[in-house]
Design a protein around this ligand. Structure first.
Ligand code: FPP
Ligand code: MG
Length: 298
C-alpha cells in the first residue's frame, strides 16, 4: 500500500523535528508491523494530510506502548526482530517510548479538540489495560467479564479511537465506526488467543499454548473452566510448563465441551455485529478487513 509509506515518512518527519540523532537511529531499528490502525483510518477518512498525520500519531503511540510492553513482559523479540530492550537495555526502550508518545501528543494537541480527546482518552485506557493484564496473570482468573474489560482496554480501545477519530475527520457517523473499531479490536485479540491453542509452534513462531503457561487465562480457557467438572485439574496446570499429554488433555476438553468452538463463535459474532453496524455506510473495504479476520481456518 503506497499510502502506508506516506505514514512512515510522516513518522520520520515527526521524529526529525525532535532534533535528536539517537531517536532517529532508534526509529530505524523498529520493525514495522501490519499498520492495521493506519489502514483503518485511511479507509474511513481517505488519504489526505490530516489523516496521514492522525495515522502517524496513532502508530507512534502504538509503537511506544509496545516498547514499554516489551520491558514489562521482559520480551527479547518484537515482530521477529530483537526488541529495543534486548538490543540496548530497558532504560533506552522506556525513554525512546516516552519520546515517541510525547511527540505524538504534541502533534495531537494541534488537531481538532474532539480527535485529541478521543485518542488521548484511549491512551489512558490502554495504560490501565496493561496494568489489568499484568494483574490478571498473578493468579488463575475465572471471571470472563474481567478478561473482556482487559482486552477492551489493552487492545480494542486504541483501534476504536482510531476509527472514531477518522470518522470525526471525515464528518461520518462516529458511533458506527467506533463500534466497528471496538469489535475489530476485540475479535482480533480473541482470535490471537484462539490461535495460541490451535496453531502449531512453527506457524506461531513461539511455543504453542504459551499464553496459559505465562499465566493468561484467555477466552477458550475461560469457557472451558466454566464447563468442566474437574476445574482443579485445569487450575493445577496453570503457569506450568506443560507435558505433551497435558496439552493433549486440554485440547481434547476444549473440543468436547465446545469451549474452543464457542470462543470462535464469539469472535465471529462481534465481527458480524460490526459489519451490520456499517451496512448503510458503503464500506466494502471495512467489511473485507473484518471478514478476512473472522472467516479463516482456525
Ligand atoms: C501488547 O500486549 C501491549 C499492548 C497492546 C498495550 C501496552 C500498553 C502500555 C505498555 C501502556 C503504555 C502506553 C504508552 C503510550 C507509553 P501483549 O503483551 O499481550 O502482546 P505482545 O505479544 O504483542 O507483546
Ligand atoms: Mg507483550
Amino acid at each position: 500500500m503506497e499510502e502506508l509509506s506516506l505514514v512512515k515518512n510522516q513518522i520520520k518527519t515527526f521524529v526529525q523535528e525532535c532534533n535528536d540523532a539517537k531517536s532517529l537511529t532508534l526509529l530505524e531499528l523498529l520493525a514495522t508491523g501490519k499498520m492495521l490502525r493506519s489502514k483503518l483510518i485511511l479507509k474511513i477518512a481517505g488519504i489526505n494530510e490530516e489523516a496521514i498525520k492522525l495515522c502517524a500519531i496513532v502508530e507512534m503511540i502504538h509503537a511506544a506502548s509496545l516498547l514499554h510492553d516489551d520491558v514489562i513482559d521482559e520480551s527479547d523479540t518484537r515482530r521477529g526482530k530483537p526488541s529495543v530492550n534486548a538490543l540496548f537495555d530497558n532504560k533506552t526502550a522506556i525513554m525512546f517510548g516516552d519520546i515517541l508518545y510525547s511527540k505524538a501528543f504534541t502533534e495531537l494537541s494541534q488537531m481538532d479538540k474532539r480527535i485529541a480527546h478521543t485518542v488521548s482518552h484511549a491512551v489512558t485506557l490502554l495504560s490501565i489495560g496493561e496494568m489489568l493484564d499484568v494483574d490478571l496473570t498473578q493468579k488463575f482468573n475465572s471471571n470472563y467479564d474481567l478478561y473482556l474489560d482487559m482486552i477492551y482496554k489493552k487492545t480494542a480501545s486504541l483501534i476504536e479511537a482510531s476509527a472514531r477519530a477518522a470518522a470525526i475527520l471525515a464528518s461520518k457517523d462516529e458511533e458506527k465506526y467506533a463500534l466497528y473499531g471496538k469489535n475489530l479490536g476485540l475479535a482480533f485479540q480473541m482470535i490471537d488467543d484462539i490461535l495460541d491453542i490451535t496453531q502449531d509452534s512453527s506457524t506461531l513462531g513461539k511455543p504453542a499454548m504459551l499464553d496459559f503457561v505465562e499465566g493468561k487465562v484467555t477466552i477458550p480457557y475461560l469457557f472451558l473452566h466454566q464447563r468442566i467438572e474437574d476445574k482443579q485439574k485445569l487450575e493445577s496446570m496453570y503457569k506450568k510448563s506443560l507435558r505433551q499429554e497435558e496439552i493433549a488433555w486440554i485440547k481434547e476438553q476444549m473440543n468436547t465441551t465446545h469451549a474452543l468452538q464457542d470462543a470462535i463463535l464469539q469472535a465471529k459474532t462481534l465481527g458480524n455485529e460490526a459489519i451490520e453496524a456499517l451496512k448503510d455506510e458503503n464500506t466494502l473495504d471495512l467489511v473485507m478487513i473484518m471478514k478476512a479476520m473472522i472467516e479463516r481456518e482456525f
